[in-house]
Design a protein around this ligand. Structure first.
Ligand code: ADP
Length: 270
């Protein structure tokens, strides 16, 4: 990019080139601004639990003789440490994503198996809220990509559904193939999301209700990680929701063509 700038300055060729250069610069400035924003947001988000931990440690020291108070502060310390650890984990995941090259390092992935495992890994939190996860359908073909990243994305969606849904409700996970796309939907009976918020929830650190998100162990990064992973796989994510009527998040990924060898294997010898 630096080279282009020097070339155009030395020998401007025409309006078109000058315009192109202006565009490039805007893009660079935008990326830099986004990076600076992200660092500022991360610092802010990290400060909250770190500050709380330090205050709680002081409180414990002062309340040394009051066993009940010490226990209460210790419990809160545990919660803040978990929050800090979830945040650090999500930040690492995001930076790992930035350097991941799915096109280079991908392979054929059985999405049915990935979904089954993502559901399995959410069984415990679901049970603790008496939530039933109902899984149905299947996709026809493999998708190309990184199974670990896809697992992270689907786990995040199911994790959100469980966290925002009321106790005793049902979370649905549906799979199917439609128009050559592997489609996975996660439906919950939670509070729903208004039209205005639907456009924003995929932004980093955006939360409709920060207190609620924090209380349920959220970091505000989950959906931005999901969106990143899915777009790296050439797919799309969308949300259908109405306040009071739950939400459905749908992921669509291009399926791989069925290979010839598989076709042949499927034909029974006469
Ligand atoms: P968080 O860690 O706060 O859940 P996410 O990036 O996963 O962060 O989600 C962003 C926000 O979108 C959440 O804070 C929440 O307000 C909203 N949200 C996400 N999933 C759901 C859902 N299934 N039902 C209702 N609101 C949701």
């Amino acid at each position: 990019q630096g080279t282009i700038i020097v070339q155009v300055r030395v020998a401007p060729i025409g309006d078109e080139y000058i315009l192109l250069l202006a565009d490039d610069r805007t893009e660079i400035t935008r990326t830099e601004a986004m990076r600076t924003d992200f660092v500022a947001n991360v610092s802010h988000e990290l400060k909250t639990p770190v500050g709380a931990l330090s205050l709680l440690a002081e409180a414990i020291e002062e309340a040394a003789d009051d066993e009940v108070a010490v226990r209460r502060f210790a419990k809160r310390m545990e919660k803040e440490s978990k929050r800090l650890s979830a945040l650090v984990q999500d930040i690492i995941e995001l930076s790992r994503l930035q350097s991941a090259d799915v096109v280079q390092s991908g392979e054929a992935v059985d999405l049915n198996a990935v979904v089954a495992e993502a559901v399995d890994r959410n069984r415990l939190p679901a049970e603790s809220k008496d939530i039933k996860i109902v899984v149905g359908g299947k996709v026809d073909n493999e998708v190309y990509g990184d199974a670990d990243l896809l697992m992270t994305a689907l786990r995040n969606l199911i994790d959100n559904a469980i966290r925002y849904a009321p106790e005793g409700s049902t979370v649905g996970v549906g799979m199917r193939t439609r128009d050559g796309l592997a489609t996975v939907s996660v439906t919950d009976q939670g509070p729903g999301i208004s039209q205005d918020e639907q456009d924003r929830i995929f932004e980093r650190f955006y939360r409709i209700d920060a207190a609620r998100s924090r209380q349920t162990g959220g970091t505000g990064l989950g959906l931005s990680i999901v969106k990143h992973v899915i777009s790296q796989h050439g797919g799309e994510i969308s949300v259908w929701s109405q306040p009071g009527q739950g939400s459905t998040f749908t992921v669509r990924l291009p399926e791989m063509e069925q290979s010839d060898s598989e076709d042949e294997a499927g034909v029974e010898p006469a």
